[in-house]
Design a protein around this ligand. Structure first.
Ligand code: SF4
Length: 645
């Protein structure tokens, strides 16, 4: 029996999403005795490469030109007008540019930075505006030496212009890192998704249908597993399943992955099974192995697997069966993925964002789940956070060596929810003892275990960056969210990382239950001081949302909020709407927070009163805006004093 594991579109383009690599390694280690063979494919990369090819751009130009003529050339979005005006140049340059972004034609850099080769659309407009104001952001970011980086940045803007044209002109659901996301994120009803699936196909749909049929022809699978990490992969997964079912009616189709694990826990919608035969919850290893054994006629019981029964949906599970321990899940393998074809875009000049979108990273975990598992906004009741299981450092080292041997790459991204400090220390020591040179980074909790001595050890072993949650930079709210850290402690820990030469990115949050305007302003002041003191180099504000499986979603009364009555949920369920009697206008504050952060990351505005960021364009009259944003109550030397302690 042959199993094909697929990542549906869209995910990041610079490196494979790891789920199929993990499952392929696992099945090759455990499913051989069943006579199972396994291959994997990244349909996200395949779709991108197809849409960004000369023939598909020609098709897009034809469709848009015909539509424009039919509408008597009435005004159109700037992205489409730009594309149509320069379509032959886009068609001529797209494939060389993609090869350049794949690292397969570096000589093109000199022509790209000459600014004559590529058509420059709306995404380049800010460069012209800056030039008119006497600024040169490219020179500021890359100097005179960074030709390749500068060319990659310009080529990425060019790709963004084309992605905008695909979205505005052909398929409003298409984006570079997500596809049809709104149809699936916390969607209580299946209707909008099915309507889209049954509607007139766009050129993007047709390309994806074609890719699905090609995969069936190439791999001839008896079973296809589609792993859906995010809402932005769901439409693509269902679309591919439909095309695959038509091409191979006897193949069994299985849906699983991170989105299923969080959002389909209350699945009641039988129409899902028009597309898939099985839907598995939580780690896929055990459910998939048992399902394959069942399909091979071994009489195995299903584990955490939804099936259609009569006109309804049943979750079949055998409580006697356990998940595999993290040490026994095998060695992840990228075998079968086209590693040389991934595309490194460079969209942000921020160095931490570059790590996410730039370069090929082998993905590895030090442990399953989170060792802390207490944060009240987090899905701690679900298996992927709540079941902590750390394999030995021997196992981790074996996997690292195997991935280096397979890929030739020594860059590793630890994809732990929060990497355990003990595991990081042990890994660093072994890397140094065995003189294995790798570059690695990952997500942590800013806890006090990270002393200057440990940070130094991590840096010497190849750790180059960490990210972690400072969330709302307020000790009252950090305690309410059971983060287990204080602002002063985060200042000392992040400074220790920075002093060791490890870049630090902080996840920030606003809109937490009971958060007042004063607390938001004070949190921004603390963040300002952290940037000023060189503790953090990069950060991002997330708007808080309550989720169904977090302590806040499960016990809202303990946080002073009331959940709004839920809709009738038959399909996806994750975010829950709530009322907060404090009534802070978080929408208004969010704009100022993001603007401040953008400037701080570029080293600008660090001496400005934090209130000034909230004087942004707003529908409110200026006096009301000023009145809504009070002066900070934080001492100007708060972080400096914390660091001196
Ligand atoms: S937010 Fe992070 S540290 Fe907190 S429980 Fe979740 S994974 Fe763990």
């Amino acid at each position: 029996m042959h199993v094909l594991l697929v990542t549906p579109p869209m995910t990041q383009l610079n490196t494979p999403y790891p789920a199929t690599a993990y499952l392929t390694g696992f099945l090759r280690a455990h499913a051989g005795p069943l006579g199972v063979t396994v291959s994997q494919a990244d349909a996200s990369l395949a779709l991108f490469l197809r849409l960004f090819s000369a023939p598909e751009l020609e098709r897009m130009a034809g469709v848009l030109e015909t539509r424009s003529r039919r509408r008597n050339r009435e005004p159109m979005p700037a992205s489409i007008a730009q594309f149509l005006e320069h379509a032959p140049r886009y068609v001529a340059t797209v494939e060389p540019v993609i090869r350049f972004l794949q690292g397969r034609d570096s000589s093109l850099a000199l022509r790209i930075v000459g600014r004559e080769l590529l058509p420059e659309g709306p995404r380049f407009a800010f460069l012209a505006q800056a030039a008119a104001a006497g600024d040169d952001p490219l020179a500021a970011a890359f100097g005179s030496l960074g030709t390749t980086d500068q060319a990659r940045y310009l080529a990425s803007l060019y790709v963004d212009d084309l992605a905008d044209a695909w979205r505005d002109g052909i398929d409003p659901r298409f984006e570079l890192a997500r596809y049809g996301e709104r149809l699936a994120a916390s969607a209580p009803s299946f209707d909008p998704l099915e309507e889209a699936l049954l509607g007139e196909p766009t050129l993007v749909d047709e390309a994806l249908d074609e890719i699905a049929r090609e995969l069936i022809g190439e791999h001839r699978p008896a079973v296809v597993g589609l792993s859906v990490p995010f809402p932005g992969n769901v439409y693509g997964a269902f679309r591919m399943a439909r095309a695959m079912r038509a091409a191979a009616p006897n193949a069994k189709l299985v849906l699983g992955g991170g989105w299923v694990n969080t959002e389909l826990r209350a699945l009641r919608e039988p129409r899902v099974f028009d597309y898939f035969d099985y839907v598995t919850l939580d780690d896929g290893e055990r459910p998939l192995l048992n399902l394959l054994a069942r399909l091979e006629g071994r009489g195995a019981k299903l584990v955490r697997t939804y099936v259609r029964q009569d006109a309804g949906v049943t979750l079949e599970t055998d409580p006697a069966q356990h998940d595999f321990a993290a040490r026994d899940t095998g060695i992840p393998t990228y075998d079968g993925l086209r590693l040389t074809e991934y595309v490194s875009v460079l969209e942000m000049l921020n160095p931490m964002h570059r790590l996410w979108s730039d370069g090929r990273w082998n993905k590895i975990t030090l442990a399953h789940g989170c060792y802390w598992k207490k944060c009240t906004f987090c899905d701690v009741s679900l298996d992927y956070i709540g079941r902590y299981d750390r394999p030995s450092t021997d196992v981790v080292m074996t996997r690292i060596r195997a991935l280096i041997a397979e890929t030739g790459q020594t860059g590793f991204h630890l994809v732990d929810e929060a990497a355990p400090p003990a595991g990081m220390r042990a890994l660093a020591k072994r890397l140094l003892e065995e003189r294995l040179s790798i570059t690695w980074w990952g997500n942590i909790r800013f806890e006090k275990t990270f002393t200057p001595e440990l940070c130094d050890l991590l840096a010497r072993s190849g750790c180059v960056a960490v990210s972690g949650g400072l969330e709302v930079a307020s000790d009252r709210l950090l305690a309410l969210m059971k983060k287990g850290v204080t602002v002063a402690q985060v200042a000392r820990v992040t400074r220790a990382f920075t002093d060791a030469g490890i870049m630090v990115h902080a996840y920030l949050m606003y809109g937490f239950p009971s958060e007042t305007v004063q607390e938001t302003v004070d949190a921004l002041e603390r963040v300002r001081q952290l940037f000023e003191a060189g503790c953090i180099q990069s950060a991002y504000w997330h708007r808080f949302s309550a989720t169904a499986h977090s302590p806040i979603g499960l016990h809202p009364e303990q946080y002073g909020i009331t959940l709004k009555p839920p809709p009738n949920i038959a399909f996806a369920h994750n975010d829950v709407a709530f009322e907060d009697p404090v009534g802070t206008d978080h929408d208004f504050l969010g704009f100022g927070l993001r603007k401040a952060l953008y400037n701080y990351m570029h080293g600008a505005g660090l001496d400005a009163d934090v209130r000034s960021w909230f004087d942004a364009p707003s529908k409110r009259p200026p006096r009301q805006r000023r009145a809504a944003v009070p002066r900070t109550t934080v001492a100007p030397d708060l972080i400096a004093r914390a660091l001196a302690e």
